[in-house]
Design a protein around this ligand. Structure first.
Ligand SMILES: Nc1ncnc2c1ncn2[C@@H]1O[C@H](COP(=O)(O)OP(=O)(O)OP(=O)(O)O)[C@@H](O)[C@H]1O
Length: 216
């Protein structure tokens, strides 16, 4: 589903990715582990088209995506990718429901359909009772479940998750990971999960290890 060859990313003197190749099959849940500074977030940002590699090639299915112009890459991200980040990426002024509807509204899905699709995911993630509250008025676990719902609602091809439970206690983290990976598997959505915790990686089908910018 997503493949990359010989990715190199430099930040000044720092070689964040040093010729990394990766292939993730459709519907596969893959974890990327590694120590702090090994290049995990950089790899995720490059694969997701947020950062352009200095060298290398990235394909989504048959389509080469690293050479797309900025506008086309933004549209691709909106349509084909979902994101779950560690914290703070819900819009604080919007309710959980409005946050979950947001990708659909940006994709011009009619309001009623967006509301229905958000409602059904909010119910599946058992946060329908707090859906009208803002992120600041719910628990961290409930906010992360809303972020999971938002990442899935437009049926993306790939979801990128960067330490999705890093800010939660372990019980809330397990609940979020259980429902996230279960829903993604049921929909055959490919997931790339970056974490430094083996407990989190255990939810994946396969774990890759990065060290000094190379998969080992
Ligand atoms: N914007 C940036 N500017 C300069 N150096 C950067 C930047 N982003 C990352 N780096 C450097 O690139 C290397 C890889 O960083 P990256 O954030 O990808 O690692 P990581 O494995 O995700 O680390 P962590 O687990 O601590 O989040 C590190 O040496 C980091 O300091």
């Amino acid at each position: 589903m997503i493949t990359a060859h010989d990715l190199v990313v430099r930040f000044g003197q720092t070689l964040a990715l040093a010729g990394t190749s990766i292939g993730v099959a459709p519907g596969e849940v893959v974890a990327v582990m590694g120590p702090s500074g090994s290049g995990k977030s950089t790899l995720l940002h490059v694969l997701a088209g947020i950062l352009r590699p200095d060298q290398g090639r990235i394909h989504l299915g048959q389509q080469r995506i690293d050479t797309l112009p900025d506008g086309a890459r933004s549209r691709l991200r909106l349509r084909s990718f979902g994101f779950v980040l560690q914290f703070g990426d819900l819009v604080p002024e919007l309710s959980l429901r409005e946050n979950v509807e947001l990708p659909l509204r940006l994709l011009k899905v009619p309001r009623a359909e967006a509301r229905d699709r958000a409602r059904s995911l909010l119910a599946e993630l058992e946060i329908d009772d707090v859906a009208d509250r803002r992120p600041g008025q719910v628990s961290g676990g409930q906010a992360q479940r809303a972020a999971v719902a938002r990442s899935l609602v437009h049926q993306p091809t790939v979801i990128f998750a960067d330490e999705p439970t890093g800010a939660l206690d372990s019980a809330s983290g397990e609940t979020v990971l259980d429902s996230f990976t279960e829903l993604a598997r049921r929909r055959s959505t490919t997931v790339l999960l970056v974490t430094h915790e083996a407990r989190v990686a255990s939810y994946a089908d396969r774990t890759l290890y990065l060290r000094d910018g190379v998969l080992v």
